[in-house]
Design a protein around this ligand. Sequence first.
Ligand SMILES: O=C([O-])C(=O)C[C@H](O)[C@@H](O)C(=O)[O-]
Length: 415
Amino acid sequence: MSKVARIELTPVAFADPPLLNVVGVHEPYALRTIVQVWTDDGLVGLGETYASDDHLLRLKAVADVLPGLDVFDLNGLRRRVRDVLISAGAQVGGMLNLQDPVDVVLSPYEVALLDLQGKLLDRPVVDLLGGAVRDEVPFSAYLFYKWGAHPGGEADAWGEALDPDGIVRQARKMIDEYGFTAIKLKGGVFPPGQEAEAVHALAKAFPEHMLRIDPNCAWTVETSVRVARELTGVLEYLEDPTPGIDAMAAVARQTELPLATNMCVIAFAHLKPAVLADAVQVVLSDHHYWGGLRRSQLLAGICDTFGTGLSMHSNSHLGISLAAMTHLAAATPNLTYACDTHYPWKTEDVVKPGVLAFESGSVRVPRGPGLGVELDVDALGALHEQYLACGIRKRDDTTYMRTIDPGFSPNTARW
Ligand SMILES: O=C([O-])C(=O)C[C@H](O)[C@@H](O)C(=O)[O-]
């Protein structure tokens, strides 16, 4: 029996371009924690998660109680995570508008144990999740309004995108380089009419592509209904136009356009009220806060039961997460939408190159044992040094953006 012997938690910082969203501009660096779980027989399993100071403290508290755990005992893992968090006074269970901290902390450990199980059995993680229903997982081109450079920094190859022409240019570059067949525009930055204009420009330039826009709850119910009606037949779904289950339900009652969310349904406790109110037609899963890969499949089953669509959300992430997302999506039959990913925006990674590549907008499921990706320990060390030097220490995973000068964009207003 292979048991957990020790855990290494390594916070890292990697370069992130000046992407804009409703709360401001991405910092020059995004932060993540790389989790390594070592067994008593010298194998290592990998996980990746957020890196706020509070989250790191919780990860550390759990790491202290994992030695001795059988790597196949995922129920025992969840029990230990829950016990540690409850005794530390965490509000577990998914309060209104909050993720369930048990699922958030559980996730990278569950992924690391699945990676270990796969290595022990010489099978890819997708096989442990029920087997591949698709060998290639489609992702979407994730577009952002964007500055040409961080203040005082050098311009990057993507250039500036602050109007419909800039967004179409960005889409063209993404599609040329990665072959995406679906496009998501991060909105909530400019007035809604201007952002709808960008969607129309994308529809004109890429008539065969599936389109989405996500203003991250920046709009009122009235604005959401107006934009939804204007973009019905143009978008495949409208993501989080307005905050909360009740407001989303009010929009849903007044439009035919499917509404999607990764903001009002973010824990199992939110599913029942959302279903009862018929508030959302598509839930964006994200294994980083839905409790890992197997609990994301539980979410998929619940969505299937209630006829709710399933897509996948992404924050800035590295290759361990991309591998985990790909295995999960490959093994989840009703995950039929192209998944979100920030991966094309990243120029540094902690995994060795060669396994994860986009072809025609899709990533082929790694077939090696476990997640199928290998840690580059030199890169891990360098990105950890960057974390120590970069000066960004996150207290809270929701405040990872620098708020931009409100004079630059009216993003402080509610539209
Ligand atoms: O609502 C979403 O899709 C996200 O939160 C994804 C990303 O984190 C995005 O908003 C970002 O990084 O600016």
